[in-house]
Design a protein around this ligand. Structure first.
Ligand SMILES: NC(=O)c1ccc[n+]([C@@H]2O[C@H](COP(=O)([O-])OP(=O)(O)OC[C@H]3O[C@@H](n4cnc5c(N)ncnc54)[C@H](O)[C@@H]3O)[C@@H](O)[C@H]2O)c1
Length: 341
């Protein structure tokens, strides 16, 4: 079994990533954990062989095969490069890094040393994507020309116990800290790379953040398919109710697909309407940890045998393209804001 180290025991590392290693069907072992914060290490009660304040010390362990990096995107580049130089395979959380040049260098370094670099777009393993891929590869939508996403929620609110963590992530990527999953999902479902990306932002009283907390993106992939995304981490962020929105509509010349989550994000209703098949599917949205278990399983397979045409796991290049669209959209939204001032 692959032996992993985990860097970053913050909200996501502790609550979503670490439990995946202790799942009944965990395909990898968590050997060591690392965080700069001694209190986070002390509070980590699951059994591991090592706890480290300095990840460089953890990387000296020859038994460690791979590292899962779950620090903030501004820290990913330095940490990932050190892991690769230490000969460890890496899964890095989205967003992959702070700049496109950093993403490129991470990909080139992993390739040069023959190590696997994956980016955790775990929603690739969701049941929603399995159903959509079945409809798409079954030809029921015909030629697809447009995808319309909405992913609007509060990022765990502007008040309450983890508002500082929300602010940390928002300062780096704005609404797209989470919306980036949809930018990856578009390419995952219909292929291509980003050709054109434009966006308008709304700051909703959170002007302190440079990237918009609420954004409307219009983009096009180089295969001609247009993509729109309304993404928000500021939606209902000031109020107690949580009316969250997660929808996707796909328009093909021979069929359409509609997906809509319940406002608590726990269930999703999916519909296909076409001449060859009409189907309605209701699914459970299983959440981070189950999808990360699947990520770990596929990662172990790729480390052992390499990628195959059927590999779902996001590569470094996929991380780059998601970052490309994120940066282009946030820059465009900031530019348009200046235009009207
Ligand atoms: N895949 C998903 O759906 C998903 C969901 C939430 C967060 N994330 C991503 O996970 C990452 C972490 O998010 P979070 O919410 O846990 O943030 P967080 O700020 O709560 O946690 C980050 C942790 O990393 C630690 N850290 C920072 N630098 C370190 C270093 N050099 N060595 C060791 N530890 C270090 C911090 O002390 C902190 O505990 C972000 O990239 C975020 O976008 C992904």
């Amino acid at each position: 079994m692959l032996q992993f180290g985990l860097i970053g025991l913050g909200h996501h590392g502790k609550n979503a990533v670490a439990p995946a290693f202790f799942h009944d069907e965990a395909p990898a072992e968590l050997r060591a954990v690392c965080d700069l914060r001694a209190d986070a290490l002390e509070a980590f009660e699951r059994p591991v062989k090592g706890k480290h304040l300095d990840y460089r010390e953890m990387l000296q362990d020859d038994e460690l095969d791979a590292v899962y990096v779950a620090a903030g995107m501004d820290l990913h580049y330095g940490i990932v490069m050190d892991c690769l130089r230490a000969g460890k395979h890496v899964i890095v959380e989205k967003p992959m890094a702070a700049t496109l040049d950093q993403c490129k260098e991470m990909v080139a370094t992993a390739d040069a040393v023959g190590l696997v670099l994956a980016v955790n777009f775990e929603t690739r393993y969701s049941e929603q994507n399995a159903v959509l891929r079945r409809w798409l590869t079954g030809g029921h939508l015909g030629r697809v020309e447009a995808l319309h996403f909405a992913n609007m929620w509060d990022g765990h609110k502007r008040f309450g116990p983890i508002k500082e963590r929300r602010a940390r992530l928002m300062a780096l990527a704005g609404a797209l800290d989470c919306g980036i999953h949809k930018l990856d999902q578009a390419r995952f479902l219909v292929g291509g790379t980003w050709g054109y990306v434009d966006a308008l932002g709304a700051w909703l009283d959170e002007e302190e953040f440079e990237p918009p907390p609420h954004i409307a993106i219009l983009g096009q992939l180089d295969n001609g398919i247009s993509v729109s995304l309304n993404a928000s981490l500021a939606w209902a962020a000031n109020i107690k109710p949580r009316p969250m929105v997660n929808t996707l509509e796909i328009a093909g010349v021979e069929g359409v697909a509609l997906c809509r989550s319940t406002p608590d994000f726990k269930r999703m209703s999916m519909e296909l309407h076409s001449n060859t098949l009409c189907e309605q599917v209701d699914i459970d949205c299983t959440g981070h940890t189950n999808d990360i278990v699947l990520t770990l399983a596929e990662f172990a397979g790729v480390v052992a045998h390499g990628r195959t045409p059927g590999t779902l796991m996001a590569s470094g290049e996929d991380g780059y393209w998601a970052q490309f669209a994120t940066e282009a959209a946030n820059a465009s939204a900031r530019r348009h804001r200046e235009d009207v001032r």
